[in-house]
Design a protein around this ligand. Structure first.
Ligand SMILES: [Zn+2]
Length: 166
């Protein structure tokens, strides 16, 4: 089972994600996880981008990545640029959004683990630097228990991500 399909082949594949190190990216010291807070299947990456750009007038989608229910990872705002997803912590973070309200799929959770592991490796981050939006805002976002997800998917105990990494 391979859930990972990059919509934009910029990274090539998981093992070549290292190129981000060579880019002149900002200092990144945190990964923040969100959800789109809707069950509407038509509200995907393009609609989120339209919402952020047309409705809110931002320069681009606020998130760096959006993971759809099939586990596909969509690249959003370029990592070189600060996102717009968490008040006060945008400049040094990466924003990842899971499509959905509270019914996330195993494919999404696994893709999230792979993506987060890649980013952790690229930027030298620890698990403590992966946090939910609700740590910094009086919101429920991302509507699931990130600590529990870390235990079951991200930690060595979970090993869900290992088959995609070398
Ligand atoms: Zn959020």
């Amino acid at each position: 089972m391979v859930y990972i399909r990059w919509v934009d082949d910029f990274w090539g594949n998981c093992s070549s994600i290292g190129p981000y190190r060579k880019l002149n990216v900002r200092t990144i010291n945190e990964i923040i996880v969100h959800c789109s807070a809707t069950n509407c299947p038509e509200y995907g990456p393009k609609e989120i981008r339209d919402d952020h750009m047309i409705v809110r007038g931002w320069s681009d989608i606020g998130y760096h990545f959006v993971i759809d229910p099939t586990g596909v990872i969509h690249e959003g705002r370029n990592l070189e640029r600060a996102g717009a997803h968490v008040r006060g912590r945008n400049s040094h973070s990466v924003g990842i959004c899971l499509m959905g309200l509270d019914n996330f799929t195993e494919e999404q959770f696994t893709s999230l683990a792979v993506l987060v592991r890649i980013l952790m490796k690229s930027f030298g981050l620890k698990e403590e630097q992966v946090n939910p939006h609700n740590k910094y805002a009086n919101k429920l976002c991302p509507n699931f228990d990130l600590d529990e997800w870390k235990e079951t998917h991200l930690s060595d105990g979970g090993k869900k991500w290992k088959q995609f990494m070398n």
